[in-house]
Design a protein around this ligand. Sequence first.
Ligand code: PLP
Length: 466
Amino acid sequence: MTRIHVARGSGRGQGDVVQLPDPIQEPDFQGETRLRHSNRSRDIEPPTPAFVIDVPVLEEFVSRFQQALDVHWPNSILSYSFKTNSLPWLVSFMRNSGVWAEVVSDTEYELALALGYAPDRIVYNGPIKSRERLRFALQNGSIINLDSKREVTWTAELARELPGKELAVGLRVNWDLESLCPGESTTGDEASRFGFNADNGELDQVIAELTSAGVRIAGLHMHRNSYSQSLGVYRAAASVAADLITSRDLDLEWIDIGGGFFGSDTGPVTFDDYIAVIRKTLEPVVDPRRTRLIVEPGGSLIAVPVEFHASVIDVKEVGPHTFVVTDASRTNIDPLFRRQRRFETRLDTEATEYRREQIISGFTCMEDDRLTRLHDAPALKTNDRIVFYKVGGYTMCYQSLFIEYLPAVYVRDRTSLTQVRRKWGIDEYLQGNRWYEKDELVDPAAPESPATCRETSNFRSEVLSV
Ligand SMILES: Cc1ncc(COP(=O)(O)O)c(C=O)c1O
């Protein structure tokens, strides 16, 4: 079996990885090349379709970020953005690696607790916190960045109820990245909807409301997404924070610079470069020994270490076109159908003949379920394997339940391949549901009695009567 590694890459130093000729070696995202992958267990491959997480690569990314912080801002918190990929195994891996949880909903907060995070290892962000969960987090040592006005009201209310308790919060700042880094923000001129705007007085109103209730302003949260992921974006975030600290005379426990970093081995910027720029910009206004830097990387930690494995189930010639039908779907690796740049792929095939173009397609009934196109590549056959690389960010968390349910997930260590999520089947799909058996609505959690007259652990007292 020959392994063909398509798209740019420096190869993996393996004799059986064949680099294809130049025409198909298109530059990958920002000229990125791959990290060296562990390959001692490379010959153990999972049944398809499946995600595979390369543990040594993941370890390397986490430790690089941690080292960058240790060097440039030792008094810091590395938190992992759950929304990017909250696979339970991954969350527990992060917890064991000493990485905090960054969550943006009650559900994510509860997931962190369920997977063994203590409340004081959780950074709680986002505008959708409930009053109850916010009150819990405020009293149990979580780091909280408020992002909506109702949260301000609820926090002030709790402070008045508990005058003896010192409450401290951070505030998400709504700032104009586009004017500081033209063309780099994901919002363009439309502005961001997150946080409290510093220019129209809203931030100052919120500070006044909280401080008059006895709440301490302990942090600023500066997260912004950008297309560029440039150092300039982080310099801008840090300089806006620095201006606010000076102009509002803030004495902060933390500055949360957010996520959005570029994560690569040999890319244009490294984690080290980012933290060095942030430190240089903030140093004049804060003492890094007293004020903690919080970072919330997501994609930059988990995108590269994850692969998706698919198999060819059929090849169809239709006029001049070749459709390679797989047991995967574009929803697995590009769930929002937005991706422009090519996937880095590996083909495991014995084919010797090459084909000008092959349209790699999904199994679903959507005609646009097409994963990628191969040019001048080996003519794939049934049972050949296609591996898509660097697909760990914003993929598993957006999986579709269209036709097939969630695929299995494996983790590959130096010597083993372990399944950490089984493929979802009917059992997983049916959980939490009720349905008719004959004429009766049944609750499979307690099938002995009809659902309509009971309160079960799974369902609140229902039959919402009219
Ligand atoms: C508040 C916040 N923090 C962290 C992240 C993680 O971003 P990324 O995956 O780009 O690192 C996001 C993603 O949008 C976010 O909204």
